[in-house]
Design a binder for this molecule. Structure first.
Ligand code: HPA
Length: 272
């Protein structure tokens, strides 16, 4: 895998030689932040060697390199998922490429179902921790090039970046919820019994992504910040039976608030 990652990174460097500081992954319906990147170079995933291709409507499959809040970033519009048939190691491939590009900070986002009574559709949840039901992206032969065989996931979501996110949200005047993200294989949504079980074990939201990226990033000692957009609610909290279209619409509606927070985090981080 090391050679494949390095080849992909080399290709990207050939298109944009910036010293990137952040890698940003924009999930379902959340891609609009990438349109705010300036002096941008856009690269289709299909042209990047070995890069996995998204096949889900709402996931656009483009990398955008440039400046956000004056800071060099790489933003991914769309990701691949385990439920598409990819291994989680393939799902995490772009994060390995970020690291090979010299990026120290990962900001990842997704659309989720809310399990907490204090959430409503459109809320943004700062991910404080996760409960992962997907296979580990570290499964299989170990390459020490990427880090430890048994990395710790204590404080996987960086406490300092979480503080900055809270400061950023209050500065731009957007309420920020906090909670634990459960990640499930999908692609079906959960049964009512599963939603209840997830709540009981301590999850505040449920989605189908982010955790493989976080695990790979932590193995490589990158700092991780994650935001989940609540696109639907557990029916026991008054939510309705859901569809992918409803999830996409709710995500698109919240995307501009999320973009404001992320831009402010990057700006505060630069000044810190
Ligand atoms: N469950 C799992 N994944 C999701 C959901 C959900 O309710 N909403 C958006 N992604």
């Amino acid at each position: 895998m090391k050679e494949l990652v390095l080849e992909a990174a080399e290709f990207i460097r050939g298109r944009s030689p910036l010293q990137f500081k952040w890698g940003i992954i924009l999930g379902s319906g959340l891609g609009s932040l990438a349109d705010e990147v300036v002096q941008r170079v856009t690269i289709d995933y299909s042209s990047i060697p070995h890069f996995p291709q998204s096949r889900v409507p709402g996931h656009e499959g483009q990398m955008v390199c440039g400046f956000l809040s004056g800071v060099p970033v790489v933003a991914l519009k769309g990701r691949v998922h385990y439920y598409e048939g990819y291994q989680t190691s393939e799902v995490a491939f772009p994060v390995r490429v970020f690291k090979a590009l010299g990026i120290a900070n990962l900001c990842t986002t997704n659309a989720v179902g809310g399990l907490s009574g204090s959430f409503k559709v459109g809320d943004i949840m700062l991910v404080q921790d996760h409960i992962n039901f997907l296979p580990s992206p570290l499964k299989g032969p170990h390459d020490p090039f990427f880090g430890e065989r048994f990395p710790s996931l204590f404080r996987a979501y960086d406490p300092m970046l979480q503080d900055l996110a809270e400061k950023a949200a209050s500065k731009v005047g957007i309420p920020l919820k906090k909670g634990v993200l459960a990640s499930v294989p999908g692609p079906h949504f959960e049964t009512l019994a599963e939603l209840k079980a997830l709540r009981i074990i301590g999850a505040d939201a449920v989605g189908m992504s982010v955790t493989p990226e976080t695990i790979a990033a932590r193995q490589m000692e990158m700092k991780v910040l994650a935001f989940s957009v609540i696109t639907d609610l557990d029916p026991s909290l008054g939510g309705e039976e859901l569809s992918h279209d409803a999830v996409l619409k709710a995500a698109k509606d919240a995307a501009s608030n999320l973009a404001k927070i992320i831009k402010e985090v990057i700006s505060l981080h630069e000044g810190s």
